[in-house]
Design a protein around this ligand. Structure first.
Ligand SMILES: Nc1ncnc2c1ncn2[C@@H]1O[C@H](COP(=O)(O)OP(=O)(O)OP(=O)(O)O)[C@@H](O)[C@H]1O
Length: 327
């Protein structure tokens, strides 16, 4: 459904150049659910702006369902639905009018518009509120309406740029139910950018993007396996973080540590070593608590980029054991 070859985008302004996307290659199959994960400024929005024909590449080639996005932008737009980070509804119109307007732009007939609007507004639980102005809607209701509107012309490819940012967990779950329902109904491909690790976790494949480069692409399970079987998280004094890092590097060759200013340090448990407790006993300073858990996509990100991705995470990994007290 998507073929990206050696795609680069360089922004030039007042004499300086910024490489937002740096020679990425990516193929996404029909019906696949693909998540692009990366921190602020990684190049995710730029990539999907090129995919959706809003921006032109500096070099490289992008095809959507066999159509080149530069040569055939109008045909490509017919095939895609986009949900942007920033709301794009007209809040002076009602929910139904927003649907109707979008349907007209996509050349749907009146009967098609009526059938689709009713089915989709019912799907997102907004049918009862169809005559109300969007300006009277809550953030979650607007987001649900945007999803319904993006699906109005039955796109082959749905592009979502952080669609659930700032929404409560219940609304996020509901939105995903609608998207998965539509995937099942007409085999839609989904291309998502997100900061939420659990959203990326449910994708068929995840691409890790950093500073314009695609540093890894694989299933979430395989990416996590690359980190190792388990990750140790330790609580210590902030002053003790550096000595611990030095010790881990010197005696265990561990360089993929993540530290935060509160005194937390995490690193993959070395395979074949004497076990977590054995390592901890030899570390300098006081260790207040230790958690052992399965790696998550944040650990993958740290290992690939040396940076932390865990923004907005609600819950820790469910697969953890916690040790507290004297170790
Ligand atoms: N129109 C522009 N002109 C100049 N630089 C830009 C422009 N758009 C994006 N950039 C730069 O390109 C880089 C990638 O930005 P992009 O918005 O694609 O990142 P992102 O991964 O989507 O980040 P976020 O998660 O914050 O949305 C950034 O350094 C950004 O400042």
């Amino acid at each position: 459904m998507i073929e990206i070859r050696q795609l680069s985008k360089i922004f030039s302004s007042s004499g300086s150049q910024r490489v937002a996307v740096n020679k990425i290659d990516l193929s996404i199959g029909k019906g696949e659910f693909f998540a692009l994960l990366g921190p602020n400024g990684a190049g995710k929005t730029t990539t999907i702006s090129i995919l959706s024909t809003i921006l032109k590449p500096t070099s490289g080639e992008v095809k959507v369902d066999g159509l080149n996005v530069v040569d055939s932008p109008h045909l490509v737009r017919q095939k895609i639905g986009i949900i942007f980070q920033d709301p794009s509804l007209d809040d002076r119109l009602s929910a139904l009018e927003n649907m109707e307007f979008h349907g007209r732009l996509y050349g749907l007939s009146r009967p098609q518009r009526m059938v689709q609007s009713e089915a989709l507004l019912k799907m997102v639980d907004l049918w009862e509120r169809r005559q109300d102005l969007v300006r009277t809607f809550s953030g979650g209701m607007r987001r649900r309406l945007e999803i319904a509107r993006g699906l109005m012309h039955h796109p082959k490819l749905l592009i979502l740029d952080e669609p659930t940012i700032g929404l409560d967990p219940k609304t996020r779950r509901t939105i995903w139910e609608y998207i998965h329902l539509s995937r099942k109904q007409w085999g839609m491909t989904v291309f998502l950018t997100t900061h939420y690790l659990e959203e990326a976790d449910s994708a068929d494949r995840v691409g890790v993007m950093d500073e314009g480069r695609l540093v890894a692409v694989d299933t979430p399970e395989k990416l996590k396996k690359m980190v190792g079987p388990e990750v140790i998280v330790l609580q210590t004094d902030p002053d003790n973080l550096e000595p611990i890092q030095n010790y881990l590097e010197k005696f265990f060759g561990i360089v993929d540590c993540h530290v935060d200013s509160e005194g937390e340090i995490s690193f993959p448990l070395p395979i074949g070593e004497e076990g977590a407790i054995g390592i901890i006993r030899k570390l300098p300073g006081t260790i207040r608590a230790m958690t052992i858990r399965k790696p998550d996509l944040d650990d993958v990100f740290i290992q690939m980029t040396g940076k932390n991705m865990a923004l907005n995470q609600e819950t820790a990994s469910p697969f953890h054991r916690v040790y507290r007290g004297k170790l």
